[in-house]
Design a protein around this ligand. Sequence first.
Ligand code: ATP
Length: 341
Amino acid sequence: MAAKHRAVLIPGDGIGPEVTRAVVRILEAAAAPIEWTEHLAGIAALEATGEVLPQATLDAVERRGLALKGPCTTPVGKGFSSVNVQLRKRLNLYAAVRPVRSLEGVPTRYENVDLVIIRENTEGLYSGAETRITDDVVISMKVATESACKRIAHWAFRYATQRHRRKVTVFHKANIMKMSDGIFMQAAERVHEREYPNIEYQDAIIDAGCMKLVQDPTQFDVLLLENLYGDVVSDLTAGLVGGLGVVPGANFGDEYAVFEAVHGSAPDIAGKGVANPLALLMSSVMMLNHIAQERNDERATASSERIKTAYNAALSAGEKTRDLGGELGTDQFADAVIARL
Ligand code: ATP
């Protein structure tokens, strides 16, 4: 029998360990060809090793090339900088991809949402460059480099072409942030003009774009955004399809890929066994598809298809967690999916 693919599992904080446990159980039941090595990040790592992002975790992701990661808690307004952001920067995972789709069995205001958010992951206001210049004033630096703007624009148009998507829309605020958002937008314009004229291209000022998104999300297809806008608009669009419990994500660089749900560690429901593992399960399906494509492994394709069919059937039968209006807990939902594999 062919060897399994070795990948790093980072349980994370809050609801992270509960949802990763459920997902690993489903992947095993679906015969996914993955062998896990577990590593820590976040508060869990801080308590065990004194560091929020241990070098051993980074080394392991570099060695295996792949990781499935639960959310890590970030203290608000104080304390260490976000582990999620640090990890993306340290491993140069510059492109975040978040498919936002309506699901059968999860009724929402819209039935046919099919968007892909592509978020620049390494700069913008998430540079973390903040400083107090007087007692009264602090400043935050928004960093935009032409090379990173071009890199993510290329990534987005390449993705759109490979996935047969029709249009890329850049959300920006280049009327106010003329330089930083200006080069982000211009990079996309140029890449479109020179290399991808067959894909439709559009730009929208982000405030008006958000209004249009909630009025009629079907007018958009692939959305390309800088770091902060990508973060905010990911949650906004999650709200169009049932919430944070159903939106998966992946972070890609040229060498490594880390798969994680859009949601955070949700401390309000941590440890209660009620979190929805679906967003992380869908992220693991993205990981299997990535393995199938990059390493040409039919076992990965087969297990990914089985999992997708099983969770869609469970949702359609009303087997859902509470965030989706159902009654199941995390483990019960995992059992329901496993029963339908
Ligand atoms: P961050 O700022 O860390 O990205 P966030 O804005 O994504 O976090 P979360 O902590 O994920 O915020 O969650 C916001 C709320 O959404 C939570 O309080 C929780 O009630 C709900 N939520 C998030 N994820 C899930 C989930 N997997 N299952 C059920 N509810 C969830």
